[in-house]
Design a binder for this molecule. Structure first.
Ligand code: NAD
Length: 384
C-alpha cells in the first residue's frame, strides 16, 4: 500500500450510489493489484451530521463534512465524487472544477442540456480529469457486446432496441419529492424515467452503435397529482412516468426505446437487442453474465441463438475475479469503473464516458423532451 500513489476521495451523498461507489473504492485494490493508484477514503459528506458520521464509521472514511463546499476547499482531496440527486450535480461539479479537483459524477450529468453545457465548459476551462458513472458499460457481457460490434461481426446494423422497465410508482398514494422520492420531483430530477432510466439506454446505445441523429417521442404522466413530501400539499406531477421514442442513428439504423415505472412485475429490467446483417446480439440485466449471440454464418443445422456465459478468463474483466463459470454482479460494474479511472491516471487517457460524452446523451434527452411536447421529429445535434 505505501508505495502506491494515492487518489484521495471526497464523496458527496451517502445513499444508494454512495454505497456502490465506496464499495468500488474499497474492493479495487484487492482485485486490481497492479494498478499504480489506490483510492483513499479521505472524507464523506451529507447534510445530516449523525447519518454521515455513522456512514463514515461503517465504510471507513477518515473524516466527515456536512457542507459539500468544505469537501471542495480541502487540500487533502484529489477527486470529488458526486452522488447527490441531480439538482446538485452542476453546482458541485463547477465548483470542484474551479478548485482543480478531478470529478466523478453520477448520471444523468445534469437536469437539462443548458445545465450540462455549463459543466462541460467548466471542466474544459479547468482541464480536470472527469468521468460519469454510466456503469452498465462496465459489465463484462456489455463490454463483450462492444468488442463483437467493433470487430465488425454484425456487419451493417439495422436495428437497436432497448427497454428499461420498473413498477415502483404505480400506487397513486405514493408521495412525491423529498428524501428517497426526489426522482418524482422534476425540479430535482430534471425529468422522470427519461433522465433516470432511458439515459442509461441512450449512453449504451451511442457507445455501441454511434450517435443518434433524430427522434420522435411520447411521454405520459399517469398519475397527475400527488402529495409532496416537503410541502404536505397535493401538487401537480411534472415528471414523465413513461417515455418511448423511435430514432435514426447516424449509421442509418433504426432505434426503438421504451422506459416506464408502470410495467407491473418489472423492478429493473434493462434489455437491449441489436440486429445486424450477419449477426445479432441481445442482453438482459436480470441475467447480466450472459450475452446472447446469433451468427448467420454458423453451420445451418446448428444455427441458433447462443447463450454465452461471460465468465471465462479471456472475457472482459473476468480474469480479475473467480474461476471460469462463476458469475459476478451489479456492484462489480462500479469496481470496474474505479479500476478504469485509476488506470486512466496512469496512462493519461480519458475515462469514458467523460462529461463531454455524457453531454451527447443530454442532447438526445433534450430532443426527446422537445419532440414529446411538439409531436414532431427533432434533430439531436449529435454528429458522430
Ligand atoms: N449509475 C446508476 O446506475 C445509478 C443508480 C442510481 C442512482 N444514480 C444517480 O446517482 C445519484 C444519487 O442517486 P441515489 O439513488 O444514490 O440517491 P439517494 O437518494 O439514495 O442518495 C442521495 C444522497 O445525497 C444526499 N444529498 C442530497 N443533497 C445533498 C447536498 N446538497 N449535499 C450533500 N448531500 C446531499 C442525500 O442526503 C443522500 O445521502 C443521482 O444522480 C442518480 O440519478 C445512478
Amino acid at each position: 500500500m505505501s508505495e502506491k500513489k494515492q487518489l484521495r476521495i471526497g464523496l458527496i451523498g451517502i445513499g444508494f450510489m454512495g454505497r456502490t461507489h465506496t464499495n468500488g473504492y474499497k474492493r479495487v485494490g484487492d482485485f486490481f493489484p497492479a494498478l499504480e493508484y489506490r483510492p483513499v477514503l479521505k472524507a464523506v459528506c451529507s447534510r445530516n451530521a449523525e447519518k454521515v458520521k455513522a456512514f463514515a464509521e461503517q465504510w471507513g472514511y477518515e473524516s466527515t463534512e456536512t457542507d459539500w463546499k468544505k469537501i471542495i476547499s480541502r487540500d487533502d482531496i484529489d477527486a470529488v465524487d458526486i452522488c447527490t440527486p441531480n439538482d446538485f450535480h452542476a453546482e458541485i461539479a463547477i465548483a470542484a472544477a474551479a478548485a482543480g479537483k478531478m470529478i466523478l459524477c453520477e448520471k444523468p450529468l445534469a437536469r437539462n442540456l443548458a445545465e450540462s453545457q455549463t459543466m462541460v465548459d467548466a471542466i474544459e476551462k479547468a482541464g480536470v480529469k472527469n468521468t460519469v458513472w454510466y456503469n452498465y458499460r462496465r459489465l463484462p457481457a456489455v463490454m463483450l457486446a462492444k468488442q463483437i460490434i467493433d470487430s465488425g461481426k454484425l456487419g451493417r446494423i439495422f436495428h437497436y432496441r432497448a427497454n428499461f422497465l420498473q413498477d415502483w410508482t404505480i400506487n397513486a398514494n405514493l408521495p412525491q419529492g423529498g428524501e428517497g422520492l426526489w426522482r418524482m420531483d422534476a425540479a430535482v430530477a430534471g425529468s422522470g424515467v427519461l433522465g433516470d432510466l432511458l439515459s442509461h439506454c441512450i449512453d449504451t446505445a451511442m457507445w455501441l452503435n454511434g450517435g443518434i441523429k433524430d427522434v420522435t417521442a411520447m411521454t405520459e404522466t399517469f398519475i397527475k397529482e400527488r402529495v409532496h413530501q416537503l410541502t404536505g400539499k397535493v401538487q401537480e406531477v411534472t415528471i414523465d412516468d413513461a417515455c418511448s421514442f423511435i430514432c435514426h442513428f447516424n449509421n442509418g439504423s433504426l432505434g426503438l426505446f421504451e422506459s416506464t415505472r408502470y410495467a407491473r412485475g418489472h423492478k429493473a429490467l434493462y434489455t437491449f437487442e441489436i440486429n445486424g446483417e450477419n449477426a445479432s446480439i441481445r442482453w438482459d440485466l436480470h441475467d447480466l453474465n450472459r450475452l446472447e449471440y446469433f451468427d448467420n454464418a454458423d453451420q445451418s443445422d446448428l444455427k441458433g441463438w447462443r447463450s454465452i456465459h461471460v465468465t471465462d478468463g479471456d472475457h472482459p474483466y473476468m480474469n480479475k475475479w473467480w474461476v471460469p463459470g462463476l458469475g459476478i454482479g451489479y456492484e462489480h460494474s462500479f469496481v470496474h469503473q474505479v479500476a478504469d479511472f485509476l488506470k486512466s491516471l496512469e496512462t493519461g487517457e480519458k475515462c469514458s464516458p467523460t462529461f463531454t460524452e455524457a453531454h451527447q446523451t443530454q442532447k438526445v434527452c433534450e430532443a426527446v423532451q422537445e419532440s414529446a411536447k411538439s409531436g414532431s421529429w427533432k434533430n439531436t445535434g449529435v454528429n458522430d
